[in-house]
Design a protein around this ligand. Structure first.
Ligand code: NDP
Ligand code: HSE
Length: 433
């Protein structure tokens, strides 16, 4: 049997503990795939006194990244600390000391990817990041390797497990938003700062990484239009259900007139279609390639063991040399690609509007008139019989025919500036397939 490969695990939280557990519990199976044993030589965390239920000797665990980076016996490090700092400094330290790195930290890659990948190249090292996007789904390998012969036309998906868990649990059990978010945190799905899950930041960072792989264009994640799920309430879910839809946080990137149209926002997804049927912490990604056609991926996008599955697969790929080959040959996150930029996120689709309209004569015609002025054609209108007095606010739900996103944005601004509404209009895209 070949000499074992010694690995350092930096971060022993939800994901790091899962990685140590998987490497130990599935050692025999992993040895067969890697061609040699993979052992956890050292681990780093903040609180060494905390019992994590792991079979790691106390003298193997410390708070000092140098115990991994300066250990010459360690060749691969799994960086499983979240956030930007000290994660960025730790990654640089590991690369500069000759370690190949595997990470699940998408915030770090979306913010500092080009710099870190350049440092890795300079030092002849690799960075593997399957776990950074869609947890256990092998989407990075699919786009970066398996679909390499294709020109990718579009990517559409549910990329955040926490927000999907919140939306689907609220809709299934009528549960309260704050309660379900706390449950997602307890299950280990959420980021240390869960606002990144619910405000769309996490999904947007993942979309930026996937888009670079798929379209070869580096898009600063903060330039991608994004809306989170904070404004989704049970009334909106009920209206959507009455119309035959479920609300999901959907990330979209597609080629449009030579530019990339990108967006992360809640959307109505038709019940029975794969996106609408994606529940709990599951993620879903559909890709259209010019040769392969449409493809659909579905699996757990957050949680300890699904994420550990992707991290350990990357460790094995690094050990056998596959990760290094992919890293060198694909020019992944190459800084030469930095000039790519998105255009206005112009997507042509149907829209759902919930307008808080005054219940008085002439209001409906005023609203439909504004939509008409912007060239937007109406498919259906629902106004429930109001219980309040004439003049009170009632929700008016309008489904439009397909129209451009800039036209609907302007129309909504116009409606909200008028004197016939009593609050901001909710406008969601509608996905029927
Ligand atoms: P946790 O917060 O559970 O774990 C973070 C770990 O990092 C902890 O063990 C913490 O130590 C350690 N740590 C933080 N700061 C330092 C420091 N200065 N020095 C040493 N150790 C430090 O996060 P997760 O495991 O959930 O996530 C880790 C990464 O994986 C994040 O980037 C996240 O976005 C990503 N990810 C998470 C998924 C999930 O389902 N949870 C799925 C996919 C990706 P201590 O425990 O002592 O506090
Ligand atoms: N917080 C992230 C999510 C973890 O909920 O999807 C997986 O990246």
């Amino acid at each position: 049997m070949a000499e074992p490969v010694r690995v350092g695990v930096v971060g022993l939280g939800t994901v790091g503990s899962g990685v140590v557990r998987l490497l130990m519990e599935s050692a025999e199976h992993i040895t067969r795939h890697a061609g040699r044993p993979i052992v956890v030589e050292r681990a780093v965390c903040r609180d060494v006194g905390r019992d994590r239920g792991l079979q790691l000797a106390a003298d193997r665990v410390s708070t000092d990244i140098h115990d991994v980076s300066r250990d010459p016996s360690i060749s691969v490090a799994a960086l499983l600390v979240g956030g930007l700092e000290p994660a960025r400094s730790m990654m640089i330290d590991l690369l500069e000391h000759g370690k190949d790195v595997v990470t699940a930290n998408k915030a770090l890659l979306a913010e500092h990817g080009p710099e870190l990948f350049e440092i890795a190249r300079r030092h002849g090292r690799s960075i593997a990041f399957e776990a950074a996007v869609a947890g256990g789904i092998p989407i990075v390998a699919a786009i970066g390797e398996c679909l390499a012969a294709n020109r990718i036309e579009s990517i559409r998906g549910i990329l955040n497990g926490t927000s999907n868990f919140i939306l689907s649990t609220m809709e299934q059990e009528g549960a309260d938003y704050a309660e379900v978010l706390a449950l997602a945190q307890a299950k280990g799905y959420a980021e240390a700062d869960p606002s990144m899950d619910v405000d769309g930041t996490d999904a947007t960072q993942k979309l930026a990484i996937l888009s670079h792989l798929a379209f070869g264009t580096w898009v600063p994640w903060s330039e991608i239009p994004r809306t989170g799920i904070e404004g989704i309430d049970s009334d909106l879910m009920a209206f959507a259900a009455d119309l035959g839809y479920r609300i999901r946080l959907v990330a979209v990137a597609s080629r449009s007139n030579g530019r990339l149209a990108m967006r992360v926002a809640p959307a109505l997804t038709r019940i029975g279609t794969p996106l609408a049927e994606t529940r709990g912490a599951f993620n879903a990604v559909s890709i259209v390639g010019d040769a392969v056609g449409p493809m659909f991926f579905h699996g757990l996008g957050a949680g300890q063991m699904p994420t550990a599955s992707a991290v350990v697969a990357d460790i094995i790929d690094t050990v056998v040399g596959r990760a290094g080959i992919t890293f060198r040959t694909t020019g992944v996150l190459d800084t030469d690609g930095l000039s790519g930029r998105i255009g206005e996120a112009e997507l042509n689709e149907r829209h759902f509007l919930r307008i808080l309209a005054s219940d008085r004569p002439g209001v409906l015609s005023r609203i439909t008139g504004i939509l008409g002025e912007h060239g937007i054609s109406i498919a259906s209108v629902i106004q429930r019989d109001p219980s309040g007095a004439c003049g009170a606010a009632v929700p008016l739900v309008i489904m439009t025919h397909a129209c451009g996103s800039s036209a609907i944005r302007k129309a909504v601004t116009h409606i909200d500036a008028s004197d016939v509404v009593s609050g901001p209009t909710t406008c969601l895209g509608v996905i029927d397939d």
